[in-house]
Design a protein around this ligand. Structure first.
Ligand code: G6P
Ligand code: MN
Length: 445
């Protein structure tokens, strides 16, 4: 089985390869093709993978190319993990937004819109090529903003593109753990958009255990989301929000702490990773050790400004292990081997949330088998959550329309309609600011 990874020179590729190395089952991936625009990044990552595979028998063969069509031909699965504009672009997304007093996070608010506007045209080009060159392939989209990018690709690939994120999985796992339940046995009642969802229940053997958690302040304050949002707010909501809702519920505080931070997340990662790729140019560098050190530092500092604002302290050691690669591998196995499973994924709504149309990509538990991912029926969201989901979906649709038409006016509308952008004038200045710094937005006229 051939797996193609787009963004194959990306820093998190060794996580995926590590997961593949642990898969010994029949029909597993035998050949990994890494595609990237940058040959130096490809050779850096290839070195890390070679060290990972050193003592593993029958490790999947790895090849690398800068030719996209060659990478796609004959692929059974395509992981799309690209970052248009690189981490420098992410840092610019943050800087321009913060200068206007609004959030520049890569998936939430103004930053997510800017990143989406840059990424959608590239993702659509990839989707069209997959449809032509590998029409039977399944595309697993890792690229942020994941819901929006998956929806853009689904217009060309239908349900053969599925978006993934590890946040809801991590959230479900943490809740199960504090309740003393086995995460593998628990049914997580979660729904929303990517980075905008809520856990409303956690069922074990037919019984909803979430009320027990919500009623117990000690238990509730003992894990990441409890520390981030505070016990009182979770009890008021009667649900556990995805960690990214911290940017909504505590927007003023998170904007301020991002403004005061020595470096934004994007700037920090840009520097950190530049050092790693630089080090990989030395022929004697210990590739895997350098990668692992850099990865550990990245994971330990994830959302550190949010945690600081909330007084949440360090991350739990149990939360540091990532999870993207596990979701991707579980999804790929379920499809490739018809191993039925349930995963929280980004797929077309198909009537799941009645307030959204059938083609809107949402994040929801899905039954997965050889025929793909099928969203399960869920209870409707409460009004305030429905409001946010509808507003943000409307913004995403403006982003898709702007990317398709190249209309600057539509881009302004996308920013202006976002609940975290508080003025049309700010939206206009954001479009100015972003088009000034991003070559990838030159198409907006
Ligand atoms: C979480 C999010 C991802 C994001 C990742 C890394 O897992 O769900 O969408 O890509 O964190 O965040 P970072 O700030 O380290 O790039
Ligand atoms: Mn995510």
């Amino acid at each position: 089985m051939k797996l193609t990874i787009l963004g194959g020179g990306g820093f998190r590729v060794p996580l995926v390869y590590g997961a593949l190395l642990g898969d010994r089952a029949e029909g597993r991936v035998s050949h990994v093709v890494l595609h990237d625009l940058d040959p130096e990044r490809l050779s850096a990552v290839t070195r890390v993978l070679a060290e990972q595979a050193a003592h593993v028998p029958d490790a999947p063969e790895v090849s690398a190319t800068t030719d996209l069509d060659e990478a796609l031909r004959g692929a059974d699965f395509v992981f799309s993990a690209i970052r248009v504009g690189g981490l420098e672009g992410r840092a610019e997304d943050e800087r321009v937004a913060l200068a206007e007093g609004v959030l520049g996070q890569e998936t939430v608010g103004a930053g997510g819109i800017a990143y989406g506007l840059r990424t959608v045209p590239v993702a659509v080009d990839i989707a069209r090529r997959v449809a032509r060159l590998a029409p039977d392939a399944w595309v697993i989209n890792f690229t942020n903003p994941a819901g929006l990018v998956t929806e853009a690709m689904s217009r060309h690939l239908g349900d053969r593109v599925i978006g993934i994120c590890d946040s809801p999985v991590g959230l479900g796992r943490r809740i199960a753990r504090v309740l003393g339940a086995d995460p593998g046995e628990a049914w997580i009642d979660y729904v929303g958009l990517n980075h905008l969802g809520w856990v409303r229940g956690l069922r074990v053997a037919g019984r909803d255990e979430l009320p027990r958690l919500l009623a117990d302040p000690d238990l509730l304050g003992s894990f990441e989301e409890g520390k981030l949002f505070g016990v009182d707010w979770l009890q008021s909501l009667g649900a556990i929000p995805n960690e990214y809702l911290h940017y909504y519920y505590f927007n003023r505080e998170t904007v301020r702490s991002y403004q005061q931070a020595e470096k934004t997340r994007g700037a920090f990662l840009a520097d950190q990773q530049a050092r790693f790729y630089e080090e990989m140019k030395r022929p004697d560098a210990a590739a895997l050790t350098a990668w692992d050190r850099t990865r550990a530092e990245r994971e330990a500092t994830y959302m550190s400004e949010n945690r600081e604002t909330a007084g949440a302290g360090e991350r739990d050691a149990d939360d540091l292990s990532g999870g993207y690669e596990k979701v991707a591998l579980a999804l790929m196995r379920a499809i490739a081997r018809d191993e039925r499973t349930t995963l929280i994924l980004n797929v077309r709504n198909q009537g799941t949330l009645s307030v959204l149309d059938a083609d809107a990509v949402i994040e929801v538990p899905c039954l997965v088998d050889a025929n793909g991912a099928h969203p399960v029926a869920v209870a409707p969201l409460p009004d305030h959550a429905t409001g946010l989901v509808c507003s943000v979906k409307a913004v995403e649709r403006e982003v898709l329309a702007a990317a398709e038409s190249g209309s600057r006016t539509t881009a302004v509308k996308a920013f202006a309609l976002h609940p975290l952008v508080d003025s049309v004038s700010v939206a206009r200045r954001l479009v100015e600011g972003y088009t000034d710094v991003h070559p990838g937005l030159a198409y907006l006229e």
